[in-house]
Design a protein around this ligand. Structure first.
Ligand code: FES
Length: 570
């Protein structure tokens, strides 16, 4: 573990120069006494709170709890606001802005007098965004997950955010829900601040960050409104002060072993497909080369044990009650590296060795997993030369070995215009394909991959079909959806060659995704492919110029690896 000898913040506050004078002067201008900030570690609280991020609505208060801990331990707490990225409110997609948050986090830390950082986030992209920035900056960092919101309930049923939104939307389209039901549902599914309480991307990523050793033990499943959450935030502040002087630096934690542990935990929790992209991006920042089949290989070894929606029945509060991630890791310990380091200094294995499971219905035993299907599967084939991903546990068994004629939509506008056309030649065996949803095509790789079932089939009772796209899908959703087809169609991937009626085959057993066309025909058709016009200005233009494909984590080509922690001459 690194022994840090001189505080970075001393460059701002120590010395007789005019600059140091100004930094002390301006700190006193804000009402801080010299004794509060001189000769103390400065710990930043990067806070992704905003009034348009309901999952983070409590983070201003939590920042105060963190600050309490920092002050108690002898540090100087400074709160820095960062891009909030509320998943549902931000358009066209938060994924377009994940890299912006990562850049902001890195530059906020670089440009200010900071010795360590507490990262406050939870809603989907905030976890990888903050972590990518912290990894590139290299200052000691500890993560405080926002925590899951209260469980949803309606007329005796337990409801999960996102999962039941889609479910009830389908029922409404099928004519099974009244206007009164629909309005009532608005108020009962998401009942408090906190992240989606299903195993969506937020729960997945916060659990993975804990599995990588970046949180306090058990932190990620503590409900946002539980008093234990406030105590965890306080303790993280205390810990950050010690880390400011003694480390570890993030790169010491984000090792190959940490990513391998995260991949196995991802499978055991039945986590979101989005995690594959975010892990690849974080690995790129940490300088770790992940094998293409890391997650697929982990899924062959590690069954889905955590019985949470959308693949299962329960919610995050149940996982907390059952023992949280330490109890999950205890069950899959044979596949984890117990020596992986953590922010608290103890090896990861110490966190699970005595952990007990208090409810086998929530964290299932190895002998009785949630599903006998793999949690995640990586596919390749002539439709996805650089891979595609699916979540078999949330899919329909009858569609896992399936061939059918494609119905191809060029982007969401085309899809919305035609999907419910009574004249659309579609059956339950058709394969719905959406292209133009990748990192370039979206742009930003929106969560369009869970294509709606045509209304006329919904009315016939069809609730799932094979769907394929170069987009992503919300982790809270289910269905037989093949996602992240790479390279994407906008980059000239084979999806761009597909036409209505081409026969597409998915074989989970073979991990294949193919179209019944030979290579020469695909190449001939692709000659007519024209890439999308580049966006005109601003962030979206920068994004389109530099974003990488899904298998590289959709990071920018110039952001991989570590940055220089020095702020430059001042
Ligand atoms: Fe924020 Fe789901 S919308 S975690």
């Amino acid at each position: 573990m690194t022994q840090r000898v001189q505080r970075r913040s001393a460059r701002w506050f120590d010395g007789d120069g005019m600059r140091e004078f100004a930094h002390r002067q301006r700190s006193q201008q804000m009402g801080f006494s010299r004794e509060e900030f001189m000769d103390r570690p400065v710990v930043a609280i990067l806070n992704t709170w905003s009034d348009l991020s309901p999952c983070h609505a409590h983070l201003r208060e939590r920042a105060q709890d963190v600050a309490r801990g920092i002050t108690r331990a002898g540090g100087f707490a400074v709160e820095l606001p960062a891009l909030s990225l509320g998943e549902v409110m931000v358009k066209p997609t938060t994924m377009l802005y994940r890299n912006m948050l990562a850049m902001e986090a890195e530059e906020l830390l670089r440009s200010h007098p900071v010795d360590a950082v507490v990262l406050l986030g939870g809603c989907d992209k905030t976890v990888p965004g903050l972590m990518m920035g912290a990894l590139s900056m290299g200052l000691p960092a500890i993560f405080v997950p926002a925590g899951p919101m209260m469980s949803g309930h309606w007329r005796g049923r337990t409801l999960g955010a996102g999962t039941h939104t889609r479910h009830f939307w389908d029922e409404r389209q099928a004519g099974n829900l009244s206007d009164t039901d629909w309005v009532e549902l608005e108020g009962v599914m998401t009942r408090s601040p906190g992240t989606c309480q299903t195993m969506g991307t937020a729960s997945t990523m916060t659990l993975l960050i804990e599995a990588m050793g970046f949180t306090l033990p058990g932190a990620s499943s503590i409900p946002a409104m539980d008093s234990a959450h406030r105590r965890m935030a306080y303790a993280a502040g205390v810990r950050a002060v010690a880390m400011a002087d003694a480390g570890p630096a993030p790169a010491e934690i984000a090792t190959e072993a940490a990513f391998s542990n995260a991949a196995h935990v991802l499978c055991a929790i039945g986590g979101s497909t989005n995690a594959a992209i975010h892990l690849a991006a974080m690995a790129g920042r940490a300088g770790v080369d992940l094998p293409d089949d890391l997650i697929d290989a982990a899924a062959r070894r590690t069954p889905c044990l955590v019985n949470l929606m959308p693949a299962g029945e329960h919610l995050m509060a149940d996982l907390f009650r059952a023992g949280g991630l330490p109890a999950v890791m205890n069950r899959i310990a044979a596949h984890l590296d117990p020596d992986a380091p953590t922010v608290t200094g103890e090896p990861l294995g110490d966190r699970w060795k005595d952990a007990e499971c208090w409810d086998d219905a929530v964290i299932r035993p190895l002998a009785d997993p949630v599903s006998d299907r793999p949690a995640l599967a990586r596919l390749t084939g002539n439709l996805a030369p650089r891979g595609a991903l699916m979540k078999p546990t949330a899919a329909s068994p009858r569609l896992l070995e399936h061939s059918g004629p494609a119905i191809v939509f060029d982007g969401p506008a085309d899809m919305r215009a035609r999907i419910d056309d009574p004249g659309l030649d579609v059956t339950a065996d058709s394969v719905l394909v959406l292209r133009g949803g990748g990192p370039l095509g979206g742009p930003g790789m929106p969560e369009w991959g869970n294509l709606p079932i045509p209304k006329k089939l919904l009315k016939q009772g069809v609730r799932d079909m094979l769907r394929i796209s170069d987009a992503r899908m919300s982790g809270t959703h289910g269905g037989t959806c093949v996602l992240h087809v790479c390279p994407e169609s906008a980059a000239g991937g084979p999806l761009a060659a597909l036409r209505d009626g081409d026969v597409v085959t998915l074989s989970l057993s073979q991990r294949r995704l193919d179209v019944a066309l030979d290579e020469a025909e695909i190449a001939e058709r692709l000659k007519a492919h024209a890439p999308p016009a580049p966006p005109g200005r601003g962030w979206t233009r920068l994004y389109a110029q530099h974003v990488e494909q899904a298998d590289r984590g959709c990071d920018f080509d110039f952001l991989r690896g570590a940055g220089n922690p020095e702020p430059g001459i001042f």
